[in-house]
Design a protein around this ligand. Structure first.
Ligand SMILES: Cc1cc2nc3c(=O)[nH]c(=O)nc-3n(C[C@H](O)[C@H](O)[C@H](O)COP(=O)(O)OP(=O)(O)OC[C@H]3O[C@@H](n4cnc5c(N)ncnc54)[C@H](O)[C@@H]3O)c2cc1C
Length: 554
């Protein structure tokens, strides 16, 4: 009889073989070899040296077009290229000035694979607009991108920087810096959240950016938040534009296309939405326990079989009409319907010092920034499932964590509370954070007991905020979509909003916030949209929500 572990082992091996097969195909088509130098020093960061070596050797085994040379830090090649830390990867120095201080593991393996393709094809996939922006750069830029292998947002920003360095090797040089391998450098730059980008020693971006915004920030040497595409931006025609690539949007993409609609998914940040940063998911049917990012990968792979996904692209404007015009920061869509699956974004604490120290010890993502605080002391603020899950995640990576909650009891699931207790994570009940203090980085917090009024200072290196999420309704409001008194998108039972052709699904509609529910709403909305679009009796003038369908002939 088969042991329970065997099928899972077989599945994992089958998935590995499939992934290797795909990579082989990808690399074999490259017209040129991609060459990488690995520099190591036995006494420095040996586990990371070994990890870097293993990843590179696997890739070389997959295709001989990936050419690896390894040198000791004492070798003349190390002196020639001024390499001082171990491990360092140097991308073909004849083609570009890009190096990687650390091991390309975890999320960062993706970045490495894209870099290898840039070398092998000798081209970047940059948009015309990005190229135009880069052409405007006339003086040198030295970029430093701080990343972590556990950060799902980091590859997007690292790839942006690689694109810039590959496109303009005459003026742009790049160091990708893994904060786990180089905590001293992260400390020196005050880079306590990832990704962060410095150019010529100046902070120019925090968090992941769409491609054109990254290039504009690099050109202007300060963070840019808005990029307006030029008037001749590409225009695509489709039946349905889905705004948001979280579980609701991805599922809607599958269902819409299976119904016969041409659907596209536009995602401004990281595919998977909130799950991308969820350490562990234990309640998605059919999968007992899975890392949030692993679940995202499965969903994205599935959605890609049906819909086109435009990642790193933000929907900036929607003009209702027939057709509806959707403008992103890169192109325009003419579409018959739009599904707003924009989800929710984390809530700020509102404490003094929070905004100023965000990215310098104040964090909203333990999965991304947790490793920076290994061996250090932090508080996590909140009392629900997210706060407890993230506290357990931090403890698991050797962070000294205390939970701070303003009420006298937690609102998390029983089994999470039990784990919190069995891990001896201290909890400060009835406690509020009044101020987060520190010059360049968080040094301490001012806590107040809301029962006694007693105030005290607690020395900490970091503050993680997990106090809930607000619906992401900026775009909906701009469009004139009606909201509920709680600020969610008002919709009828078929997910229609008050604007003809505009629908909503997922967390942005309110109700229970769970992956399976968001996915369910996404599928339901896609089916409703399909029925509305094919229904010859659906009169164009129907205003949507709450109205009966009016037969055109009536
Ligand atoms: C820390 C944490 C742990 C969780 N754990 C669990 C769990 O264990 N089990 C569970 O069932 N649920 C869990 N949840 C809840 C679950 O993740 C959400 O209910 C679910 O992700 C909602 O899906 P959604 O698609 O509606 O929205 P989201 O996941 O929020 O996705 C919306 C997407 O839309 C994108 N977007 C927004 N505006 C635009 C725009 N203008 N242009 C382009 N894209 C845009 C956003 O970038 C985002 O990626 C957790 C949530 C968090 C935060």
């Amino acid at each position: 009889m088969a042991k329970t572990g065997e099928p899972q082992g077989d599945t994992a091996r089958a998935m590995e073989e499939k992934a290797e097969g795909r990579l082989r195909e990808l690399f074999e088509k490259m017209p040129y070899p991609a060459s990488i130098f690995l520099f190591t020093d036995e006494g420095q960061n040996e586990p990371f040296n070994q990890a870097a070596r293993e990843v590179l050797h696997i890739l070389h085994r997959v295709s001989p077009k990936i050419q690896i040379k390894e040198y000791d830090l004492g070798h003349e090649q190390a002196r020639k290229w001024k390499i001082q830390s171990s491990p360092t990867l140097l991308f073909d120095p004849d083609r570009c000035k890009a190096r990687w201080l650390g091991a390309p593991i975890g999320e960062e393996t993706k970045t490495l694979i894209i870099a290898l393709q840039m070398l092998g094809y000798r081209t970047t996939g940059l948009s015309e607009d990005s190229r135009k922006i880069l052409k405007k750069i006339t003086s040198p830029r030295h970029i430093k991108v701080f990343v972590s292998p556990t950060c799902p947002y980091c590859p997007q920003q690292a790839v942006n920087a690689l694109n810039a360095a590959f496109e303009r090797p005459d003026l742009i040089s790049l160091e990708i810096i893994d904060i786990q391998v180089n905590p001293d450098l992260a400390q020196k730059y005050g880079a306590q959240s990832v990704p962060q980008v410095f150019a010529n020693e100046k902070l120019i971006a925090m968090g992941a950016q769409p491609e054109e915004l990254f290039m504009s920030s690099l050109e202007k040497m300060e963070e840019q938040r808005i990029y307006i595409p030029e008037s001749d931006a590409a225009e695509l025609e489709t039946d349905l534009v889905i705004v948001g690539g979280g579980p609701a949007g991805l599922t809607a993409g599958i269902y819409a296309a299976r119904s016969g609609l041409k659907a596209v998914i536009v995602e401004k940040g990281v595919l998977g939405g909130q799950i991308a940063t969820t350490p562990v998911v234990e309640n998605y049917p059919g999968i007992t326990q899975v890392g949030g990012k692993a679940l995202v990968d499965i969903m994205v792979e599935h959605a890609l079989q049906y819909s086109t996904i435009f990642p790193g692209e933000e929907v900036m404007e929607i003009q209702p009409g027939d057709p509806i015009l959707v403008t992103t920061n890169r192109r325009r869509f003419k579409t018959r319907a739009v599904l707003l699956a924009t989800g929710a974004r984390y809530r700020n604490l509102g404490a003094l010092g929070e905004a100023r120290l965000s990215g310098h010890g104040v964090s909203y993502c333990s999965t991304c920034d947790g490793p920076l605080f290994s061996g250090k002391k932090v508080i996590i603020v909140g009392g629900g499932d997210s706060a407890v899950t993230e506290a357990l995640n931090l403890r698991n990576i050797n962070v000294d964590v205390t939970l701070v909650h303003r009420r006298d009891g937690l609102r998390a699931q029983e089994h999470l509370i039990k784990s919190l207790q069995s891990n001896n994570i201290p909890i400060l009940f009835n406690t509020e954070v009044e101020e987060i203090r520190g010059e360049q980085q968080v040094k301490d917090v001012l806590l107040s007991d809301n029962q006694t009024g007693h105030k005290r200072t607690m020395k900490v290196d970091g503050v993680f905020v997990a106090i809930g999420y607000d619906p992401e309704v900026g775009l909906a409001k701009k469009l004139g979509v009606e909201l509920t008194p709680d600020g969610y998108i008002k919709h009828d039972s078929r997910h229609r909003t008050n604007i003809h052709g505009i629908y909503a699904a997922g967390d942005v509609e309110g109700g229970y916030k769970q992956i399976v529910i968001a996915a369910g709403k996404g599928s339901e909305a896609a089916l409703a949209i399909f029925e509305d679009l094919i229904n010859p009796y659906w009169k164009k003038s129907v205003k949507g929500m709450g109205e009966e369908l009016i037969a055109e002939s009536s």
